[in-house]
Unconditional design. Structure first.
Length: 580
C-alpha cells in the first residue's frame, strides 16, 4: 500500500516537490466511501503546465459538483520523479488522496498538442496500467481521451478505450450516468466490452475497438464499424456555455502562464466551410460583458489573482474584447488589475489593416504591448509576405509611440504552414521542407530584431513531427510507441526534444512522415478520420451492410449481443444528464 512516508521520501530527492504535493486552495477532497464512481483527470505534462489548462480546471469542477462522483488530478512526473518512482516501485498516484491510478474507475486524459502524446504512455506505464488498450482487462481503469481541439484520434487509437470528441461538457455526465447504471447492475465495475459497446450510442463518443481500419499495403481503406448496430460517422459534440469558472484550484507553483482565465467566446462548434478553413468564426458563442466582469470579480475574490487573461477563438473580433476591457477598467484601474488580451491573428488573404486597427484600439485603452500570430511557409500562391509582418510591426510601433508616448512591446508568435485534419487544408496543404522553414524563421528573426521586437517560433523539426502525428492513421500509433520506448517524453520542452529519436521511431515503424504531410491528396482518397465526423455538413459515410464483417451480417456478433434488446435505461434519463 502507498504511504505518505514512502511518497515524502521521494519528494526529498526531486527538483520541484511542489509538483507532487496536495492540499491547494480550492482543491476538492471527497470521502471515497460516499461516492459511486471515482475519476482521475490527467494532463500529459508537468504540474505547472497542466494547472494553467482552463479545460482541465473546468472539468474538475464540473465532475466534483456531482455528489455521486469523486474527481482527482494527476500530471506526468518530470524525469527525475519518474526515475525515482520506478526505482522505488511506487506507482503514479493522484494528488488529492495519493491513491494509485489503478484503483480509479476511469482515467480522463485532457489531450492538447501532439508533443504530449508520448507523455500519455509514460503516465500509464508509471501507473502500472497497460499502455495498449487491447492488453487491459477488467481490473484496469477505463482510459478516456478528450479535448476540444482533438481533430484526429486515430494515431492514439491503440492506447485509449474511448474518446469524447468535440466539447466534453455535454457528454461527460451522460457517459458517467451509463457507467453508474451498469456498475449498479453488475455489483461492481461493468463488463468492459459491454460498456464500450453501449457507450457507442452516446453522441460524441468514439470507441476505436468498435471500428476496423485496414491499412495493409499502405492503403487507406475506409474504417468501418465491426457491428451493423454501430452507426457512423461519429459526430463531435457541442455544449452550451456554462457559467464561467470562478473557483479554480490555485497551484502551489507558478503556473505557465500564472493568471486567472475567463473564456469570453467559443466558436460555434459547427462544420461550415469557414470553420473548416480555419477562418474566424462568424457565429461565436459569447458571454455577456456583465457575465465576464462578474467572473473576473469572483476570480479576484476567491483566488487573489491580479492578472486575468481573456480567452477567445483565434482571429476573434477585437471590438467585443474592447467592450469588455472598458467595463473592467471602469472597475479596476491599471495598477490594480492586469488584463491580458488574446493574440491578434494576422490574415494572409487580405491587407493587415484590421490587425493594425485592433492594435490601435488596444493602445488607446492603455495597453503598452500586444502579440501577433503569424504563419510562415504559406504556398507562393497565397503569399508568404514575411516582409509584411515586419512592416506591420514597424507601423504598430509608430502607432503605439504616437498614442502612448513611448515604443510599445510587440511580440510575434510564429508557426508554420502545415496540413490539419478536419479543415479545408487536409488534402491540399503540404508542409515545406524543414531547411526552408528554418531559413524563413532566420530571415524573419533578423527583421524583427532590428525593430527591437521579439519573435518566438518553434523548432521546425518538432512541428514536422507534430504535423505527422496530427495527420496520421492508426499505423502512427506504433511511431508514438517506439518514440516513447526510445525515451521521448516532454517533447514540448525544447531541451528535451530530440529529432533523431523521432527519425528512428518512424524508421522502426516503417513509415515516412512525408507520407502524411508532404503530398497533396485527391478527393477520392479516404482520409484516416473519414469515419469520425463528416468534414462537410450533411455528408454521410456510413457503409452498406454488405461491407461489414461477414460474421456480423450472418449472425449476431459479440457486439450485437450487447446491443440487441438493450434494456439499459437511457443515460439521458439520469439525474446528472438532466442537470447538464
Amino acid at each position: 500500500a502507498m504511504t505518505d512516508i514512502a511518497i515524502e521520501s521521494l519528494l526529498k530527492r526531486v527538483q520541484k516537490p511542489g509538483r507532487y504535493a496536495n492540499g491547494e486552495w480550492n482543491a476538492v477532497i471527497k470521502d471515497w466511501t460516499d461516492v459511486e464512481a471515482t475519476v482521475v483527470i490527467s494532463y500529459p505534462d508537468v504540474y505547472e503546465v497542466g494547472m494553467s489548462s482552463l479545460e482541465l480546471q473546468t472539468l474538475y469542477q464540473l465532475l466534483n459538483a456531482e455528489s455521486r462522483v469523486l474527481c482527482e488530478r494527476v500530471f506526468t512526473p518530470w524525469t527525475d520523479m519518474a526515475a525515482a518512482m520506478r526505482e522505488a516501485g511506487l506507482p503514479l498516484y493522484s494528488l488529492e488522496s495519493r491513491r494509485p491510478l489503478q484503483v480509479f474507475d476511469l482515467v480522463f486524459f485532457v489531450l492538447g498538442p501532439e508533443h504530449g502524446y508520448t507523455n500519455v504512455l509514460e503516465s500509464l506505464d508509471l501507473a502500472g496500467v497497460p499502455v495498449k488498450a487491447a492488453e487491459r482487462d477488467g481490473s484496469a481503469p477505463l482510459v478516456v481521451g478528450l479535448g476540444s481541439g482533438l481533430a484526429n484520434p486515430e494515431p492514439l487509437a491503440d492506447f485509449f478505450d474511448l474518446f469524447i470528441l468535440g466539447e466534453p461538457e455535454g457528454v461527460l455526465l451522460e457517459l458517467l450516468d451509463l457507467f453508474l447504471l451498469m456498475k449498479r447492475a453488475a455489483g461492481g465495475r461493468p463488463h468492459r466490452e459491454a460498456f464500450l459497446a453501449k457507450a457507442t450510442r452516446i453522441p460524441g463518443v468514439y470507441v476505436p475497438s468498435m471500428f476496423h481500419a485496414d491499412h495493409g499495403g499502405g492503403s487507406n481503406a475506409p474504417a468501418r464499424p465491426v457491428c451493423r448496430r454501430i452507426s457512423q460517422p461519429v459526430r463531435r459534440s457541442s455544449a452550451e456555455l456554462r457559467p464561467a469558472l470562478t473557483r479554480p484550484v490555485v497551484p502551489y507553483l507558478e503556473a505557465l502562464p500564472d493568471r486567472g482565465v475567463v473564456e469570453v467566446a467559443r466558436d460555434c462548434g459547427g462544420s461550415c466551410r469557414g470553420c473548416r478553413a480555419g477562418s474566424p468564426c462568424e457565429l461565436p458563442r459569447r458571454r455577456s460583458v456583465e457575465a465576464v466582469v462578474d467572473a473576473i470579480d469572483a476570480l479576484v475574490r476567491s483566488c487573489g489573482y491580479r492578472e486575468i487573461g481573456l480567452q477567445a477563438p483565434d482571429g476573434d473580433d477585437y471590438e467585443p474584447l474592447m467592450e469588455i476591457a472598458r467595463a473592467v477598467r471602469a472597475r479596476y484601474p491599471v495598477g490594480e488589475l492586469t488584463l491580458f488580451l488574446p493574440p491578434i491573428q494576422i490574415p494572409h488573404d487580405r491587407p493587415p489593416d484590421q490587425a493594425l486597427a485592433s492594435a490601435e484600439m488596444a493602445f488607446r485603452m492603455g495597453w503598452s504591448g500586444l502579440r501577433y500570430r503569424w504563419v510562415l511557409g504559406r504556398p507562393a500562391g497565397e503569399g508568404d509576405r514575411q516582409i509584411d509582418i515586419v512592416q506591420l510591426v514597424a507601423l504598430t510601433q509608430e502607432t503605439g509611440r504616437r498614442i502612448l508616448g513611448r515604443r510599445p512591446k510587440v511580440r510575434v508568435e510564429a508557426s508554420y504552414h502545415r496540413p490539419r485534419p478536419q479543415t479545408l487544408s487536409e488534402r491540399s496543404a503540404t508542409m515545406p521542407p524543414v531547411d526552408e522553414l528554418q531559413k524563413l524563421q532566420t530571415d524573419l528573426r533578423k527583421g524583427i530584431r532590428k525593430l527591437g521586437a521579439h519573435l518566438s517560433a518553434p523548432d521546425p523539426h518538432a512541428t514536422e513531427v507534430e504535423a505527422a502525428l496530427a495527420m496520421g492513421d492508426r499505423r502512427v500509433a506504433n511511431v508514438i510507441f517506439q518514440a516513447w520506448r526510445l525515451g521521448c517524453t516532454f517533447d514540448g520542452w525544447s531541451q528535451r526534444f530530440d529529432s533523431s529519436r523521432w527519425d528512428e521511431a518512424f524508421r522502426l515503424a516503417g513509415l515516412d512522415p512525408d507520407l502524411f504531410i508532404r503530398r497533396p491528396r485527391s478527393d477520392q482518397e479516404t482520409m484516416p478520420w473519414s469515419h469520425i465526423w463528416s468534414s462537410g455538413a450533411g455528408e454521410s459515410t456510413k457503409p452498406a451492410n454488405d461491407a461489414l464483417p461477414a460474421a456480423c451480417a450472418e449472425q449476431p456478433c459479440p457486439v450485437c449481443r450487447y446491443l440487441e434488446d438493450d434494456e439499459t435505461p437511457s443515460p439521458a434519463a439520469g439525474a446528472m444528464a438532466d442537470r447538464c
